[in-house]
Design a protein around this ligand. Structure first.
Ligand code: DGY
Length: 328
């Protein structure tokens, strides 16, 4: 227990709707400075950051030098409530020796569930089917009407084969797929390769051979825009692309063209740019794309787990203990 006012750690909580479980954990022994704006607002964060020791970063607002400067040199612990940390200036935090936590792993099952939904709905044309109903243009007297792609015996590719990719591969085991190909920055355990019948390949092979291709990698300077007008023509015309990672890994204009001109069969995406996507975006005019509004981790259990882990990360960082899930 901290006795005097000076010794009490102050934690800035940048989102008013952080699950109570996490707030309860942090408020035992620390003073919480709550942000109240919705959507979360940078100006309010900057106003309240001065003098805090910890930050519970509950949105995708850029966490950069300006925020750290405003907070001051006593700042010693930050956690995001997300797996992706592309909006964080990691180099700047490292330079200042401020530990950063994030919340991977706990969301992998929820994101993988959504990825399966996108895969099935893009393969079997759910969105287009609904538009046929709305416009009374059923033509099911044609034998070939609304034919989609089979999943059985397919080759499934993973651009990134970490915790989320592996959770998707685990679900696919029930679908009698032929094999798994993947590219990754990090080496994968041989045991895992065996377990998933997975083989590491070069990016161009991943493009050329995948019937279903999941993007499950972080957004970095290396991955930004890598799915573009050079990549799409290398894919199968029957291929289905699923993106549950970050929008800018895909060049969205090029994706539009690839879908419009049937360079690939269809796409299912939970991430895009900008988010929110304007209602008049040309992607929304295509029949062969299924789009969800970045809801991969949006379940009560998953978001609560993410918040709890983020809270533990912040608390551990404050007392100089290793975080539960450090970002570096
Ligand atoms: C993540 O965890 O990175 C998701 O995009 C939700 O924030």
């Amino acid at each position: 227990e901290n006795s005097s006012e000076e010794e009490t750690f102050k934690i800035l909580v940048t989102h008013p709707e952080v699950p109570q479980e996490a707030l309860d954990l942090m408020s035992r022994g620390c003073k919480l400075i709550m942000c109240e704006s919705l959507p979360p607002n940078r100006t309010e964060i900057l106003q309240k950051a001065k003098g805090v020791h910890g930050m519970f970063w509950g949105s995708h607002i850029p966490l950069d030098k300006e925020v750290l400067d405003v907070a001051g040199p006593q700042l010693k612990s930050i956690s995001t409530m997300s797996a992706g940390i592309d909006y964080v200036d990691v180099e700047e935090l490292k330079k200042r020796k401020i530990p950063l936590g994030h919340t991977p792993i706990v969301l992998s099952d929820a994101v993988a569930d959504l990825a399966m939904g996108l895969m099935l709905s893009a393969a079997r044309r759910f969105h287009e089917g609904r538009t046929k109903i709305d416009s009374s243009t059923w033509e099911n007297y044609h034998i070939e009407w609304m034919w989609g792609q089979d999943i059985r015996d397919s080759t499934v590719g993973f651009f990134g084969f970490g915790s989320i990719g592996q959770a998707i591969a685990k679900r696919l085991k029930g679908f009698d797929i032929e094999r798994v190909l993947y590219t990754t920055r990090r080496p994968i355990d041989k045991k895992l390769e065996k377990q998933f019948n997975a083989q590491k390949v070069e990016f161009h092979e991943l493009l050329a051979q995948s019937d279903f291709l999941f993007i499950a990698a972080p957004l970095t300077p290396e991955t930004e825009g890598i799915f573009n007008s050079t990549a799409f023509p290398k894919m199968k015309k029957t291929a289905v692309l699923i993106n549950i990672a970050r929008g800018p890994i895909v060049n969205q204009d090029d994706l539009y063209t690839a879908l419009k001109t049937n360079q690939i069969f269809s796409a299912g995406i939970d991430v895009m740019y900008p988010e929110p996507l304007p209602a008049n975006d040309k992607l929304l005019t295509l029949p062969n794309i299924v789009i969800t509004p970045h809801i991969g981790s949006a379940t009560k259990r998953t978001r609560t787990d993410m918040a709890t882990i983020a809270a533990h990360n912040v608390l551990r960082g404050l007392v100089g203990e290793p975080m539960l899930s450090p970002a570096y």
